[in-house]
Design a protein. Structure first.
Length: 278
C-alpha cells in the first residue's frame, strides 16, 4: 500500500492525514477532527466516550475505523484511529459543533484538491507553498524549500536511471552526500537539531538548504557526466557531489566565522513554543 503522510490545516489547526494511493482516498486522524470540532482539552478521552456510545447504538463506524501510524508532536509514530472522508461525514453528525458544516466543506475540498493534483502536479507545489506560509515560514525560505524538492526529485530520477534501488540504497547515497558536505549523516544531523521523525529539510536554515541543494545538484550533474554503472560507483559520485558543497561551506565559515550546520530547527526558526503531545 503506497501512503503519503501529510499535515492539513483547518482554521490554522493541524489535522494529520494519510493519502492511500491504491485506494485513492484520504485517511484522517479522528482525534484531530474531534479536537477541531469540540476544542476539547482532551480529545482522546472525548473520542473514547463517543466510541463506546456509538458501539452501544450499533453504529458500524467504530468497527470499520482503521488504525494507521501517524506522527505525534514528540516526533514518534503511534497507531491512531483514522477514518476516510465518507466515514468522517457520518461521524461528524454525532459531534455537536458549530464548526461541523465548515469542516464538511473543508473535507470535500481537500478530497477534490488531491484528485486535481494527480491530474496537474503543479498544483501540488501551489498547495505546499500555501501550507508553508500558513505554518509561518518566510517566502524566501519557502522558495528555497520548494527548489530543494525539485532538485531532490532530479537526483532520485538520475539514481533510478542508474539502477539504484529505492529504500536502503537511496538512504545510503543520501547519507554519503550529507556526510560529505556537512560532516554529518542524516541521523547525526537530526540528533544535532533535536529531531526524531520530523523532516530534516523542513528544519534547515536557508543556508543549510542551499548547500544541501548544491550537494545534490552536483551529485546529479557528476552522475550524468561520468555514467556510473555499479552501486559502488554511485557511492563515489555521491561523495564527490557532497564535497563540492563542503568546499563552499568551509569557505563561507572561514569568511563569516560562523558554523553553517547548527542546532536551529523549525521551532527556533519560527519561534514556536513546545506543546504537549496529543
Amino acid at each position: 500500500m503506497t501512503k503519503l503522510n501529510a499535515i492539513q490545516l483547518f482554521e490554522n489547526k493541524k489535522v494529520r492525514t494519510v493519502w492511500d494511493a491504491e485506494q485513492e482516498k484520504w485517511f484522517i486522524s479522528i482525534i484531530d477532527v474531534i479536537e477541531v470540532l469540540t476544542e476539547s482539552p482532551n480529545a482522546r478521552k472525548y473520542w473514547s466516550v463517543l466510541k463506546l456510545r456509538l458501539k452501544k447504538e450499533g453504529s458500524e463506524l467504530t468497527t470499520n475505523c482503521s488504525q494507521l501510524k501517524m506522527q505525534s508532536s514528540d516526533g514518534k509514530f503511534y497507531k491512531t484511529d483514522v477514518a476516510d472522508t465518507e466515514q468522517l461525514f457520518r461521524l461528524i453528525q454525532s459531534v455537536p459543533s458549530p464548526k461541523a458544516e465548515p469542516f464538511k466543506l473543508w473535507l470535500a475540498q481537500i478530497a477534490a484538491e488531491r484528485l486535481d493534483e494527480m491530474q496537474d502536479p503543479e498544483l501540488t507545489i501551489d498547495r505546499a507553498l500555501e501550507q508553508y506560509l500558513q505554518l509561518g515560514y518566510s517566502e524566501n525560505w519557502i522558495n528555497q524549500r520548494l527548489k530543494s524538492i525539485e532538485i531532490r526529485k532530479e537526483l532520485t530520477d538520475e539514481w533510478k536511471n542508474r539502477g539504484v534501488k529505492e529504500g536502503q540504497q537511496f538512504a545510503i547515497l543520501t547519507d554519503i552526500i550529507s556526510k560529505a558536505w556537512s560532516d554529518k549523516t542524516t541521523k547525526e544531523y537530526k540528533i544535532l537539531k533535536g529531531l526524531k521523525k520530523e523532516n530534516l529539510r523542513d528544519n534547515m536554515t536557508n543556508t543549510e538548504l542551499i548547500l544541501n541543494m548544491l550537494a545534490e545538484a552536483s551529485a546529479k550533474d557528476i552522475s550524468q557526466a561520468v555514467n556510473p554503472e555499479t552501486f559502488d560507483e554511485n557511492k563515489i559520485v555521491a561523495a564527490q557531489g557532497g564535497n563540492v558543497a563542503k568546499v563552499a561551506r568551509k569557505e563561507l565559515e572561514a569568511k563569516t566565522g560562523k558554523k553553517v550546520v547548527t542546532e536551529s530547527n523549525a521551532k527556533s526558526i519560527l519561534g514556536i513554543k513546545d506543546k504537549k503531545n496529543k
